[in-house]
Design a protein around this ligand. Structure first.
Ligand code: GCB
Length: 613
């Protein structure tokens, strides 16, 4: 069978993982000779021998790590390399290299041979290293990464050439329409890992609940060893699965590459604020999958965390395990000082501690898929996720863009399909859904999403007016971003309540679907105070929120509002611009993760809401 799975690397009795994280060598192609690295074949020799290199941590964005402005503002190819050794026993195994994510377009070489090329900055990719590995000498891995965006990439951007005499020859900049810094580099971990020759390539899991019994359906794809391009014996690979509870007891098992396991008195996966004790939330079983190749006598073992839960929705409600669920939380970013979008365990744990402290129960992975290590935490802690593809301000609607958009959705669902915490797919943030071409485009994108996963609802986060939007007719759940009294009626918090109420009611009346306010927010510089309130002060942000809360409470009771996500969890970096002061300041936490007054207010509200539910 063809491979295609993207299971996270793990150690097991049949597998071994080796991290390539650490400090790599780095250089960028000169702006005006973008192809120099390819012309001079930088991948065929240590990067150090091609010219001056710098030290670059992996994972991290490269932009803010050095003192070089040309790195921060680089557009084009950047090059990384490092040496590694592998144990001789790996000769009898399959060896893969896997990147959690690299922004955006990457080409990977091992010992000078190209092994994989991947487009898209927030999803994993891998390659099996079939030849050319050295077992007794040093190996070298080289990565070329290009952060140039076009009208067909996700997200979109465009290179703007300047021809006027006041610019140097061949001057260009990259313009982009999204409100976060275009960080680039190897953002997530790089692993080498081994499997047996016949191995488990992919696992699909879904669950349902009847009474007190949970059912886990599974489908396993094993890739069999191929000898002289013929499979030895198509019947030769057997699969067994066991479901273990958290104490390691076997609560069910099955034989065969697909089937269903019944668990009596199943412990359900609940969001953490829907249970009395944290320890009862987010219960995860472990599915232990074993493949056995009778030809080679090889066994492969992979363990997958599985939550048993149901999601459903009506015209007015969203339900988890048949209980109405109200989304309380934020839009977020993968963003932090120095490392940019580089994954970092310290930030990861701190952020989720803050999320729990505030009493949020959910967030949206605005505006791209977040690291798998983050999703492991949301599964484990019981934080509900709206999972978004890297489609921001989608515009143009070309055939090429559509192909890439569908590919990103495919890769996202391939990666996150088994996650209990993921309850909804978001196909875009603030597309130009008022343009006529958007209608056919999103019909296609949304049908595609459903064809890949029909167990979760689909949303599209919309900014245009209800009367001009074309996408809402296709989605299951409506989501809108609204900035009353910020981008319009600036300073006039007194208009918020009526504006947002009327707006939500218009959407609901038109489409008869549940609705989430997916963004509302006001830039606030921590420590700025003014009374009566004034834009950018902490007083303004909290009063602005209180006006929204009045409307939300009315709409929860009288309309189909199923959630409120404030923009944003924390301040974050953006491109330089006269409306952004060292980035976007709509966080309830500063970029350093300290609370503004708004965090305390939100915490008070979220705890009240949690007590009600
Ligand atoms: C939005 C966008 C978000 C921006 C935010 C803002 O509607 O979805 O990416 O950061 O507004 O602060 O302007």
């Amino acid at each position: 069978q063809e491979s295609g799975g993207i299971l996270y690397p793990q150690d097991s009795e049949s597998r071994e993982v080796k991290s390539l994280d650490g400090i790599w060598n780095f250089r960028v192609a000169p702006r005006h000779q973008p192809e120099l690295g390819f012309q001079q074949a930088w991948y065929s020799q240590p990067l150090k021998q091609t010219g001056e290199t710098d030290l670059m941590p992996v994972p991290s964005s490269y932009n803010d790590v050095t003192q070089k402005k040309v790195y921060r503002d680089h557009i084009g190819w950047a090059w990384y390399d490092r040496a590694f050794r592998i144990p001789q026993q790996w000769q009898d195994r399959r060896v893969f290299v896997r990147f959690g994510a690299a922004n955006y377009h990457s080409i990977v070489y091992v010992n000078g041979q190209k092994v994989v090329e991947h487009a898209g900055g927030a999803l994993p990719f891998l390659a099996e290293l079939k030849t050319g590995l050295k077992y007794t000498e040093e190996n070298r891995i080289t990565v070329a990464i290009n952060n140039t965006l076009t009208r067909e990439t996700l997200p979109q951007g465009s290179v703007v050439w300047q021809t006027s005499a006041r610019f140097p020859d061949g001057y260009f900049t990259l313009n982009y329409d999204f409100d976060f810094f275009n960080y680039a580099g190897i953002h997530r971990s790089v692993f080498l890992y081994t499997t047996p020759k016949t191995y488990i390539d992919d696992i699909d899991v879904t669950s349902r609940v009847v009474g007190t019994t949970g059912y886990v359906s599974y489908a396993i794809r094993a890739v069999e060893e191929v000898i002289n391009s013929v499979r030895s014996n198509p019947q030769a690979v057997g699969v067994t699965v066991e479901l273990h509870d958290q104490e390691g007891n076997v609560v069910g098992n099955a034989v065969g590459s697909s089937g269903e396991i019944a668990v009596s008195n199943a412990k359900l996966w609940w969001p953490f604020t829907m249970v009395e004790n944290d320890k009862d939330a987010a219960y995860l079983y472990t599915l232990v999958v074993t493949s056995f190749d009778t030809g080679s006598n090889e066994r492969d073992v992979y363990r997958l965390k599985v939550g048993i839960r149901t999601i459903s929705w009506t015209e007015k409600q969203f339900l988890i395990n048949d209980k109405p669920f109200y989304f309380r939380g934020f839009g977020r970013h993968e963003d932090f000082d120095i490392r940019g979008k580089g994954i970092d365990n310290v930030m990861l744990v701190k952020d989720h501690n803050l999320i729990k402290w505030v009493g949020a129960n959910s967030y949206r992975t605005s505006h791209y898929p977040y690291a798998e290590e983050i999703m492991d935490l949301t599964d484990r802690l019981g934080i509900v996720i709206i999972d978004e593809v890297p489609a921001v301000s989608t515009d143009g609607f070309s055939a090429g863009l559509l192909v890439n958009h569908k590919q990103q959705l495919k890769e996202l669902i391939q990666r996150d399909k088994n996650r209990a915490s993921v309850v909804m797919w978001s196909v875009s943030n603030e597309p130009r859904s008022d343009y006529a071409e958007s209608e056919a485009y999103f019909k296609d994108v949304i049908e595609w999403t459903r064809s890949l996963d029909n167990t979760r609802p689909v949303t599209c986060v919309v900014a245009v007016d209800f009367s001009r939007d074309t996408t809402a007719q296709f989605v299951d759940i409506l989501a809108i971003n609204r900035y009353f009294s910020w981008y319009s009626d600036t300073g006039h918090t007194e208009v918020i309540q009526e504006s947002i109420t009327l707006d939500v009611e218009n959407w609901v009346r038109t489409h008869k679907k549940p609705i989430i306010v997916a963004e509302y927010g006001a830039d606030t510089i921590a420590g700025f105070h003014q009374s009566p309130d004034f834009v950018f002060t902490e007083e303004y942000q909290t009063n602005f929120m209180k006006e929204h809360f009045k409307a939300f409470d009315y709409l929860r009771a009288n309309s189909s509002l199923i959630g409120e996500h404030i923009w944003n969890f924390a301040d974050f970096m953006t491109a330089q611009g006269i409306t952004r002061i060292l980035g976007n300041r709509k966080g309830i936490f500063t970029r350093e993760r300290q609370p503004k007054s708004s965090a305390h207010l939100l915490r008070y509200r979220f705890h009240l809401l949690a007590a009600e539910s």
